[in-house]
Design a protein around this ligand. Structure first.
Ligand code: GLN
Length: 501
């Protein structure tokens, strides 16, 4: 019962019924990490002692009949971009090596207040820049479906931890797709909540106007349970929305009936076709057909500005990132490289940033600094902000015709490690379908859509809803998950064989 394959929802039931203890469940996951993580490398830090201590405290609360939440005692992994008090937080970068935050991110505090033992910190592309986790300064994460392939990025560590049963739950962050795209290529579920729906306090910022924390799980129900726990207003985050999270688990229940009558599904014309793998498109079409069979009405919608989303994102993101990363100046955090002789502060800064940042981070700092420089600001950054508004308007118009929008989550299945590493543009193209949601702040989920190529690798379907209508992505996501799982005769992840040998 406490087998690591159990979902968070059933672990919660088992814990509540006294069938297992949190110490057993947590130890099982730590054992699984010990068994497979030298091959997967999902974790940068495993906090064995801390997790077991939290688990023991949880068991005491359960014994006293005072659990802190439904998920009290269910362990979780946390992406290394979220500040964890007393636990190193590196953002996958050498420049933060050895930094131990003196405080918890709000979402981490909420996990602790709800009694979830934290198993450790997961690997990621440096400062969340990337789609493959290969830009981590600590080496790549491997996809549990095929260890020679990427697990997506930037949150490949969280997705791989969940896909390889090292953790039932994980937290990720999604700035341009880093929760949803790893979900698609690892056969897991990932949710990017409405911008402002989950606190960003203590999330080391990549691009403040795009970043959002969200759940990484194996089922839509688990994502809803976690989302309800981390969501809600936070006075420490000035962009946090003062609105209730909503009944997301209720929305999942409604969806699990498999009935979608009355739901209008918009297929976005611009998110498909050229550049998408045929198998990915075929699985997507099957999902649409299943939803029609369940009573949904399908309409084709056009969002003409989406073709500019990638270019817009790669101006706004580097601009924000270059200014965020200016704080890594060798004085305040982590690494300090002091050149020989009696170097000036500027020379120390230069040497530290040169040694501490990887190539992709440097590339984006240069791009962003250029886009923000005087004389170019209006032509690049200003222009990008205008196009961003057009993209938001496209969403508004589309949501006038449909309750949710759907598309493939990522254009391809997991590619081979190293395949796109020397081609930044090819890497950026992975986020073609996910980026528009970040630019407009709307919520989205990625749900596995099936095996999409001759190597038997998974793909995902993305469901997007208007801002603050996160419940819709859960309802439709849960319905689709049910329809597909019934067809497969069990979870898709059961077919992942990368770790069997
Ligand atoms: N892959 C995208 C990028 O490199 C998205 C990153 C993210 O969502 N953190 O920017």
């Amino acid at each position: 019962m406490s087998h690591p394959r159990t979902t968070a929802a059933s672990l919660a039931d088992d814990l509540a019924a006294g069938r297992v203890t949190s110490v057993e469940v947590t130890q099982n996951h730590l054992d699984r990490i010990a068994e497979v993580d030298d091959r997967v490398h999902a974790f940068l830090q495993v906090d064995t002692e801390g997790a077991l201590a939290e688990a023991a405290a949880s068991d005491e609360r359960r014994a006293a009949g005072r659990p802190l939440s439904a998920l009290d005692g269910v362990p979780i992994a946390v992406k290394d971009v979220l500040a964890t008090r007393g636990l190193p937080t590196t953002c996958g970068s050498k420049i933060l090596e050895g930094w131990v935050p003196p405080y918890d991110a709000t979402v981490v505090r909420k996990l602790r207040e709800a009694g979830l033992p934290i198993l450790g910190k997961t690997n990621m592309d440096e400062f969340a820049m990337g789609s493959s986790t290969e830009h981590s300064a600590y080496g790549p994460t491997h996809n549990p479906w095929d260890l020679d392939r990427i697990p997506g990025g930037s949150g490949g560590g969280s997705a791989a931890a969940v896909a390889s049963y090292e953790a039932p739950l994980a937290l990720g962050t999604d700035t341009g797709g880093s929760i949803r795209q790893p979900g698609a290529v690892t056969g897991t579920v990932g949710v990017k909540p409405t911008y402002g729906g989950v606190s960003r306090y203590g999330l080391v910022a990549l691009a403040n106007s795009l970043d959002q924390v969200g759940p990484v799980t194996r089922t839509v129900e688990d994502a809803a349970l976690l989302h309800e726990l981390i969501g809600g207003h936070d006075p420490l985050d000035s962009t946090s929305i003062d609105a209730p999270v909503g009944d997301l688990v209720g929305a999942v229940r409604a969806g699990q009936s498999g009935d979608l009558s009355g739901v209008r599904i918009g297929v976005v014309k611009e998110l498909g076709g050229e550049g998408y793998q045929p198998g990915v498109l075929a699985r997507f079409q099957e999902s649409v057909d299943l939803m029609v069979g369940a009573g949904a009405e399908v309409v084709e919608v056009s969002c003409p500005s989406f073709v500019h989303a990638l270019a817009t994102y790669y101006l706004i993101l580097p601009a924000e990132a270059s200014s965020n990363l200016a704080k890594f100046d060798a004085m305040r955090y982590g690494l300090r490289v002091v050149p020989e002789g009696s170097p000036s502060a500027e020379e120390v800064m230069r040497a530290t940033r040169d040694a501490g940042f990887g190539d992709e981070v440097k590339r984006r700092i240069i791009l962003g600094t250029y886009a923000l420089s005087s004389g170019y600001y209006d032509a690049y950054y200003g222009q990008a902000q205008k196009v961003r508004t057009l993209i938001t308007r496209d969403f508004d118009a589309a949501f006038g015709q449909a309750d949710v929008l759907v598309s493939p989550t990522a254009p391809t299945t997991a590619f081979k490690l190293g395949e796109k590493l020397d081609d930044p543009l090819a890497m950026y193209l992975n986020d073609l379908a996910t980026i528009p949601a970040n630019l407009a702040g709307v919520p989205g989920i990625s749900v596995p859509s099936g095996l999409a190529d001759e190597d038997g690798l998974p793909a995902g379907v993305q469901v997007l809803a208007p801002a603050l209508a996160d419940d819709r992505v859960y309802r439709v996501g849960a319905a689709l998950e049910k329809l597909l799982t019934d067809q497969w005769g069990g979870p898709l992840l059961d077919r992942a064989t990368g770790l069997e040998s």
